[in-house]
Design a protein around this ligand. Structure first.
Ligand code: SAH
Length: 278
């Protein structure tokens, strides 16, 4: 890891440096235009974590996307590189300082477009907009993404306001830090980048792609513990299989997620209030 606060750490073979430092001679070529995630964190060692495995890891090695961590600690003050202080107004815990976080965000912004749709800047926070497949789709279309991971009680509000930072939540629960949430968001986004999944997985038929949950999946053995795979799936009749899958997706969505089901009906111009089972 670098001791220099302005040099983010790269993961993956072809990772791109925002530091504008010339690359070492003989290093791998920079893959121009590859989607980039930049993560501001007190725990850079948590990355790439699960993102280094399987399809996302392979894609990282191939340079289909790049990951940089920016070590918040290196922007801290004094001998101990302090990054936090007591909450104004009192109370338990510590708050990450606006000035320190701002320096890290400045380093993360080097070489990125200032327009937020082209490069969203996001603070992981239970107070944020709930993350969704639609957001992952938007972000995959952007050039990259900067994620700020909080710790302790969170981040001084002023830096979030001053830097037009969007707050995004992984769900209605509280984690000790933003790192796990950041990995989840990056994973969901990176798998939508062309060529990352290859032929392994289809993103067109999976949950949320059309506003429905996915139909049940089966594989061999054909009979397991007296349970058979639904006969229609073995019929080879593609039209019937598609119809069955859609009916199952609709049934599951209606049962489990009435909120999604209503939105699905509305999107099709059907009136959810006419569905008496809801
Ligand atoms: N005091 C805060 C919680 C702080 S938890 C509150 O009540 O809202 C510490 C850090 O973990 C946060 O700064 C955030 O970055 C991260 N975090 C916790 N829960 C999260 C969630 N549901 N989604 C995204 N990030 C979360």
């Amino acid at each position: 890891m670098s001791d220099r606060p302005d040099v983010p750490r790269s993961h993956g073979r072809l990772a791109i440096r925002p530091s504008l430092q010339p690359r070492e001679l003989g290093g791998p070529p920079t893959l121009k235009g590859a989607w980039q995630a930049r993560v501001v964190t007190l725990f850079p060692e948590a990355f790439p974590g699960t993102l280094g495995l399987s399809l996302t890891g392979k894609a990282l090695d191939m340079g289909l996307w790049a990951l940089e961590t920016i070590d918040l600690r290196s922007f801290g003050e004094g001998k101990h590189r302090n990054v936090d202080d007591n909450p104004a107004g009192g109370g338990a815990g510590m708050v990450l300082r606006a000035d320190i976080v701002a320096r890290a965000l400045d380093a993360a912004a080097v070489g990125t477009p200032p327009e937020r749709p082209r490069w969203p800047v996001v603070y992981l926070s239970p107070r944020g907009r709930p993350f969704s497949q639609a957001m992952a789709r938007d972000w995959a279309q952007a050039e990259g993404l900067t994620l700020l991971c909080g710790r302790f009680e969170g981040v001084d509000q002023r830096v979030l306001d001053a830097y037009a930072v969007e707050e995004v939540s992984l769900g209605d629960f509280v984690l000790t830090g933003g790192e796990i949430a950041a990995q989840a968001l990056i994973d969901a986004t990176v798998r939508l980048i062309p060529r990352v999944l290859g032929n392994h997985v289809s993103t067109e038929e999976e949950s949320f792609s059309e506003g429905l949950l996915e139909f049940p999946q089966y594989t061999r053995p054909t009979v397991w513990q007296d349970r058979a795979i639904p006969e229609i799936l073995l019929s080879g009749h593609h039209a019937n299989i598609s119809r069955w899958r859609r009916a199952e997706a609709e049934r599951l969505t209606k049962e489990r997620r009435p909120d999604l089901w209503r939105a699905y009906l509305a999107a099709q111009g059907r009136d959810p209030d006419e569905d008496r089972e809801l």
